[in-house]
Design a protein around this ligand. Structure first.
Ligand code: MG
Ligand code: MG
Length: 255
């Protein structure tokens, strides 16, 4: 069931989004060669608490998971696409790090992600990250009132495919509100004019994932969470929580 949000509820989501954006900025800044993933997770835990919010992911068990997520951030390095669990590994020069953060204020969540280069990354890595960012911008631009979810999916897919990248089937965006994952699904592939109507008050996470190898196949690691490319190629991921309003799309996960 799709739950539309009131202006007051969107204002609460905007506060959650602010916390998410500030946390992503701080963690991005700290993501340098030699930094341990668990240190980045602790940094996020401390900052979210300081800002008076609660982390959305720690202890959260969505319907697709066998176990609750054990950390504050999803940190996915190189061939890991999404849902990587922070461990004690240290980042290395040239890594691509996807940082995915959720935070909750007054019962409402925000959900966003960025992929950042660690140290000096090759040109192909920068292009991969830029494409995920560009696909996200295209998806957000398509989130217009009276449009359809398929308009967003098609916009995201068009950017990913034009760049020659794969995008995993079965993983994409979602409604956001009093839980992190609500209806509707926001797939990263689809056709314009199809799917649920984008009504004012709809709040959705749009989250393109691009796979460098150009194939769409993925694999789930034995931890039950981490989704990796089947061909071992690198991936990038970008996400914002966006509200559909009479004036067009409004990004909630910005400072
Ligand atoms: Mg996310
Ligand atoms: Mg999400």
């Amino acid at each position: 069931m799709v739950v539309l949000k009131t202006a007051a509820e969107l204002a609460a989501m905007r506060e959650a989004g602010r916390v998410v954006a500030r946390t992503l900025a701080a963690v991005s800044d700290a993501a340098r060669p030699g930094t341990r993933l668990t240190d980045l997770d602790q940094l996020a835990a401390d900052l979210i608490a300081d800002l008076g919010a609660k982390p959305s992911f720690r202890g959260y068990r969505p319907r697709f998971a066998r176990t609750p997520f054990p950390a504050v951030l999803c940190l996915s390095v190189d061939d890991a696409i999404i849902h990587g669990i922070p461990d004690r590994r240290a980042l290395r020069d040239g890594d691509l790090l996807s940082i995915d953060c959720g935070a909750c204020v007054d019962g409402f969540h925000g959900d966003a992600a960025v992929t950042v280069p660690v140290g000096s990354v090759d040109q192909a890595g920068h292009r991969l990250i830029a494409t995920a960012t560009e696909a996200l911008a295209a998806g957000i631009a398509a989130a217009q009132p009276a449009g359809r979810i398929g308009d967003i999916s098609y916009a995201v897919q068009t950017v990913c495919r034009a760049a020659g990248y794969g995008t995993p089937a079965g993983f994409g965006g979602h409604g956001v509100g009093t839980t992190v994952h609500e209806d509707p699904d926001v797939p990263n592939t689809g056709r314009p004019g199809r799917g649920p109507v984008l009504r004012e008050g709809l709040a959705i996470a749009i989250e393109p994932m691009v796979l460098e190898g150009g194939r769409d196949r993925v694999r789930l690691l034995r931890d039950g969470w981490t989704v990796v490319t089947a061909d071992g190629s690198r991936a990038a991921h970008a996400e914002h929580t966006v509200a559909v309003t009479a004036d067009g799309p409004v990004i909630l996960t910005v400072p």
